[in-house]
Design a protein around this ligand. Structure first.
Ligand code: 26V
Length: 874
């Protein structure tokens, strides 16, 4: 056989084994079953107290097969969440029906991360059945809180980007906007962090160990086939030439729906998460008995695709598998969107009137060439017509400007895995470059804007693809969006300035005030009601601007005292948590200390090293003082609380964690200082621990090098809970300062332009003078005060030798000065502090994710709310 014949015969056999279309769901409206059956199907679950108890007991008995001898709290959690899921499904069906009937335009939020945290508390709250469940469970002899704490976090995200997606879905659901999230159902989410001997260790987070957790629903009726590899063929259909992608290997995507109820509405948003399955189950039959390994290898390779969440902040990962993961995600999601269009009988040319697709960073950027391929090769579109649809459908959010974080894929890998898409991307590029050239772009501009990076092995630039394919590009805070336009994507903004927007991030007040800080929520409700602005809590959680009326309480000492009392209760709760989870915390944490927290991923640009160096400096100063001087300067003391995970391959971040725990070992156990300074590292930071930390935070450290943190959202969560920020003018801190006013935030440090200038001077060889206190702190580490001299050396030597990319040396003095001369004295004035807390709570309306979503709807998506059913009833 010649090579050509061999290839032809391979192609034939590959085609023969291909499915024409993916498995079809039953036809909508099909009449299988009796009329009685269909009318029973229409009935909804009741949620009165006695029926909830009955449903729980039924589940315990008939699904878990338990009797009086073997009931446990986890079983009660399973039963409670499963009965709630039934109601949620009722509401979801209603939502779907309305969406189908109205064919209303929907938002489709494509994100490889959704950091959901626990769902039971959130669903009970949003569906307004918390009371009912609490009573039913009490009747059965259980406490709702105990049951809630049985739930594992769903941690399908790394940090800010994934949590933002979760907050956005909540807002979309609450605001009655037809909304779908698309993501992946990883078998293993964000790793669990342990602190062993002061070092971070990691273990897998197998969140699926008890099967399909609440509020997921397995949808065996929604599955698609995804292709990898193969080649492109030309074929003629009705006298017209077509490209056809064929051959290669196939994988199946199965849907899991994560139902997200809105608050005070029956509207439900759905996050459809894809799980990879082998295309053909064990090929044992067709293999020789000896080839068992190869028979199951295909299964293992397929399932590998959704096995584990990738770290978003590390450059050290298996690139090819990540690309596979991205395409798998994109292909399943686009197929599903097309199928929904079919079900609503929407013509593909009108796709943009019914679907807005938002790309959460560049991870789903391949959906642009994927939809292009489907329209061209499968739906018979001309290039120009397809491109018009694409451009109206897609929009892209950028979440970081760190150059090393901008995704690019070696072309040879793309060609091997996605030959047709690579051709399409190159054609998009050809046309785009021609167009800008004709518009007068210079050679430099063309090089910057090309979708192909010609250095090294040649790469495809995903950000450039996302920009060219989208009608709108946005940054996540005003400063960040400005940097995008001025620097990161400067040339694109010159060519098409109207494409660039800012949508400042926000967080959901349902989770980040009402659920995690019920005492504060009660305070807000009580006072807004008293002043006649609202009647119930629902009135402000959905309209956070009303909080501004709270500033009137400035004049009421009793209200200010209430606020201080609430903070104290939350501090006590966090202190107990720390005493349980941080072995070296030095015993009982004095509740009078300032609770100063820095909780976020560990990264040099976020500058946990600056914070811990300050702690060391405080310690050195304290040791040199008399007891009277200590009280005068440092009373009532500072408890520096850190939490956050380091990417497992990020050595310097891991060193910072060890330095924090090593400093804690010394200062927490020194009787001379432990009443004035504690340093604790809370292990395994996640959404659930954040829900305990933010309500207790008094000072929130938002100290990234100016220009490097795109937005930050922990800053918003902290302020909403009455914390004050000590921070740089970076990310959303800038807008927080605008909202709360200069007097209610502690700002220090170099500005973005100054950072740029300082870096230029470094490059020109200018040496920095180390401030004395910083030098002392570095010398202390070097001297072995915290052990591990060699291990810490890379952190210390870098700074000592003037290698200060993150500007720690530059900002250290002002940071210290603001802390000692401003934060501490202000804190001692309790009335003043309470007023500042009040101002922070009252002026956070802008940072509700509802406002962000409204901005997206108005500026980018052009999507309107639709009402589903009536309101929830208690
Ligand atoms: C990616 C990488 C990749 C390579 C090495 C270093 C590194 C560091 C950070 C990242 C971040 C990836 C994207 C991300 O998570 N961005 C975060 O998005 C949040 C939501 O918009 C925003 O609040 C945070 O400021 C931003 O860092």
């Amino acid at each position: 056989m010649t090579l050509a014949e061999e290839l032809a015969s391979k192609r034939k056999s590959a085609q023969a084994s291909e499915p024409a279309v993916a498995k079809q769901a039953p036809v909508v409206g099909s009449q299988i079953g009796s009329t009685q059956f269909h009318s029973l199907l229409q009935q909804e679950i009741s949620v009165t107290s006695n029926t909830v108890s009955e449903q729980i007991v039924n589940y315990i008995k008939y699904s878990l097969c338990r009797d009086s001898t073997n009931i446990d709290v986890f079983g009660m959690y399973m039963a409670s969440s499963s009965t709630l899921r039934n109601k949620l499904i009722d509401n979801w069906m209603k939502t779907q029906q309305v969406q189908q009937e109205t064919r209303a335009k929907s938002v489709n939020y494509l994100s490889l991360e959704f950091l959901m945290g626990r769902a039971l508390t959130n669903s009970l709250y949003n569906m307004e059945v918390g009371q009912t469940y609490a009573e039913s469970l009490r009747d059965l002899g259980f406490k709702l809180e105990d049951i809630q704490s049985e739930e594992q976090d769903a941690a399908l995200g790394n940090g800010g980007l994934g949590r933002l997606a979760a907050c956005f879905i909540d807002s979309l659901a609450c605001m009655n906007i037809p909304a779908w999230g698309y993501g992946l159902r990883y078998n293993y989410g964000m790793f669990k962090q342990h602190i062993e001997n002061g070092y971070q260790t990691e273990s897998p987070d197998y969140w699926l160990k008890h099967g399909c957790p609440f509020p997921l629903v397995e949808r065996l009726d929604r599955e698609y086939v995804i292709r990898f590899g193969g080649w492109t063929e030309m074929e003629t259909v009705n006298g017209k030439m077509h490209f056809k992608w064929t051959g290669g290997s196939m994988v199946k995507a199965v849907a899991y729906d994560c139902l997200c109820p809105g608050h005070h509405t029956q509207n439900v948003a759905n996050i459809r998460l894809w799980s990879a399955r082998p295309y053909t189950e064990f090929q044992l039959g067709s293999h020789n008995s000896g080839d068992f390994y190869n028979a199951i290898k295909e299964k293992a390779d397929s399932e590998n695709i959704t096995f584990v969440l990738y770290p978003n902040d590390s450059t050290e990962e298996g690139k090819k598998l990540r690309l596979k993961q991205e395409y798998f995600f994109v292909s399943a999601s686009i197929q599903d969107i097309m199928k929904r269009a079919d079900e609503m009988q929407i013509e593909y040319k009108d796709l943009a009137n019914h679907f807005a697709i938002q790309l959460n960073d560049t991870h789903p950027a391949l959906s642009i060439p994927e939809l292009m391929r489907v329209l061209l090769d499968e739906k018979d579109f001309e290039w120009e017509d397809a491109w018009k649809v694409i451009n109206k459908v897609f929009s892209y959010t950028n979440h970081t400007i760190l150059p090393e974080a901008l995704e690019k894929w070696p072309i040879h890998i793309c060609k091997e895995l996605l030959p047709r898409h690579t051709d399409i991307i190159l054609e998009i590029n050809r046309r785009f470059l021609l167009q800008i050239q004709q518009g007068g772009a210079t050679a430099d501009m063309i090089r910057n804007m090309s979708l192909v990076d010609d250095t090294g092995c040649r790469y495809l630039r995903m950000a450039n693809l996302a920009i060219v394919g989208s009608h709108a590009v946005n940054g996540v805070a005003a400063l960040h969006s400005q940097i995008i336009v001025d620097a990161t994507f400067h040339d694109f903004a010159v060519v098409d300035p109207s494409k660039f927007h800012n949508v400042t991030n926000g967080v959901t007040p349902r989770r980040w005030i009402a659920q995690c800080n019920p005492q504060l929520a009660h305070f807000i409700t009580k006072h807004l009601k008293k002043a006649g602005y609202i009647q119930r809590e629902v009135d402000w959680v959905g309209n956070m601007d009303l909080l501004k009326h709270l500033v009137q309480l400035e004049q009421q000492p009793a209200a200010l005292q209430e606020l201080l009392n609430i903070k104290l209760l939350n501090k006590q709760r966090l202190a107990r948590y720390i005493e349980r989870h941080v072995p070296n915390c030095g015993g009982k944490i004095p509740e009078t200390m300032i609770f100063d927290t820095q909780v976020k991923r560990i990264h040099e640009y976020k500058r946990q090293q600056l914070n811990i160096l300050q702690a060391i400096s405080f310690y050195i100063q304290l040791k040199a003082m008399t007891p009277e001087q200590r009280s005068k300067t440092f009373a009532p003391g500072v408890c520096k609380i850190f939490a956050g995970k380091a990417a497992s391959a990020y050595e310097n971040a891991k060193r910072i964690i060890k330095l924090i725990t090593a400093v804690g070992d010394i200062v927490n156990n020194d009787p001379e200082t432990k009443d004035f300074l504690r340093v604790v590292f809370i292990p395994n930071y996640n959404v659930s621990s954040a829900e305990i930390i933010f309500p207790a935070t008094e000072i929130s450290e938002q100290i990234s090098t100016a220009g490097m943190e795109a937005s930050g959202t922990g800053n918003m969560k902290a302020c909403m809970n009455g914390a004050l920020i000590i921070g740089t003018l970076d990310g959303a801190n800038v807008e927080i300062q605008e909202q709360v006013g200069d007097d209610n935030i502690f700002i220090f440090g170099a500005l973005t332009e100054q950072v740029n200038m300082i870096r230029q001077k470094f490059r020109a060889g200018q040496q920095l003078q180390l401030p004395k206190q910083m030098k002392d702190a570095l010398e202390a580490i070097k001297s072995g005060m915290f052990g591990n001299v060699d291990y810490f050396a890379p952190l210390v030597n870098g700074l000592m030798s003037g290698n200060d990319y993150y500007c720690c040396v530059v900002d250290f003095e002002e940071y210290n000065q603001v802390y000692i001369e401003d934060v501490l004295p202000t804190y001692r004035d309790r009335a003043m502090w309470a007023t500042m807390m009040l101002n922070n709570v009252a002026r956070m309306g802008f940072f509700s994710s509802d406002r962000s979503i409204q901005n997206y709807c108005d500026k980018i998506w052009n999507v309107k709310p639709i009402q589903v059913g009536g309101l929830n009833m208690e």
